[in-house]
Design a protein around this ligand. Structure first.
Ligand SMILES: [Zn+2]
Length: 308
């Protein structure tokens, strides 16, 4: 349960932010979407093996960005976290409409999305008793459609009720300013409670700097097969942002979204964050900053004064 002071809400309970240790701030243990047929992350055994490989590489915590209705398998998460001796954080929230059946979305509209998010953050996901520690939503390509505005409005309401951070999938890295305008300016979510994912897929440093200057966290994630032509620009982006004074707002994640990308299936997977990305970044910006990006920064980004 929550005590005095900020805590990170993990699937095995609330912990002091410093307990996260070396953190993969954006990843997936389970993920199912009609957009990724045949690539579902749905194997408990593979998830356990991937977590063990990440632990072996030096990892201590994983923040899952899989939202409601995409096969989160929340009830499995506490046992997986304990078996791997890792902290795992689960998400509520909703992805883009293309990831759902229209019938399911209609049911959510009738039920009330903000109430669902709050319930998953405070009571638990379905009847698992496992509580989410963040709200995941998504924008569109250089735009926010009606679905994105609906989900972000609900996310803001759930944020105001709980303090939970809002993690935003930026489609191909675009639309950060649209999200800041809606979520922060109109809906009054503090920018320091917003975490942008995928900015490295749109390596316009001016866009990165504006998002950071607004006060948001930037989660650089990947590598991605689809974005390998831009992934290599990430060290330069990190250096530029750091020199502009935003080193404490940078997070790192693996964002493993397909079964084939898992290290246990011969892909880079979660361990690559620590075996590939980490040394590459250390050569660009130094070990101290990379250590902060993997520990102190996620500890601050996911810390919340939970009401219950
Ligand atoms: Zn993701």
């Amino acid at each position: 349960m929550s005590g005095p002071g900020p805590a990170v809400r993990t699937v095995t309970g609330d912990v002091a932010p410093s307990a996260l240790g070396v953190c993969d701030a954006h990843d997936h243990l389970f993920l199912r979407s009609p957009r990724l047929p045949g690539q579902e992350l749905d194997s408990v055994r593979a998830a356990a093996a991937e977590l063990a490989a990440f632990r072996e590489a030096g990892g201590r915590s994983v923040v899952q960005w899989t939202p409601h209705g995409m096969g989160r398998r929340a009830a499995e998460l506490p046992a997986l976290a304990r078996a791997a001796d890792l902290r795992v954080v689960a998400a509520t929230g909703l992805h883009q409409a293309v990831h759902y059946d229209e019938d399911d979305l209609a049911a959510l509209r009738a039920r009330g999305l903000a109430a669902l998010f709050v319930r998953e953050l405070t009571d638990g996901i379905a009847d698992s008793g496992v509580r989410a520690g963040l709200i995941k939503v998504a924008g569109g390509f250089h735009s926010l459609d009606a679905h994105a505005r609906w989900t972000m409005t609900a996310a803001a309401e759930a944020h105001h009720a709980t303090g939970a951070p809002v993690a935003v999938h930026l489609e191909l890295g675009t639309g950060a300013q649209d999200v800041l305008d809606l979520l922060c300016a109109d809906l009054e979510v503090p920018p320091a409670k917003v975490i942008f994912g995928h900015l490295n897929r749109f390596p316009d440093l001016e866009v990165h700097l504006r998002a950071a200057a607004a006060g948001a966290y930037l989660a650089f994630d990947g590598p991605s097969r689809a974005h390998h032509a831009t992934d290599w620009r990430m060290p330069e982006a990190v250096r530029t942002l750091t020199e502009a004074g935003h080193g404490s707002q940078l997070l790192l994640g693996g964002d493993t979204t397909t079964s084939a990308a898992r290290s246990v299936h011969e892909g880079p997977g979660m361990p690559h964050l620590l075996r590939g990305v980490r040394p590459r970044l250390e050569r660009a910006v130094g070990k101290d900053l990379v250590d902060r990006m993997l520990t102190a920064n996620p500890a601050a980004a996911f810390a919340v004064e939970w009401p219950v």
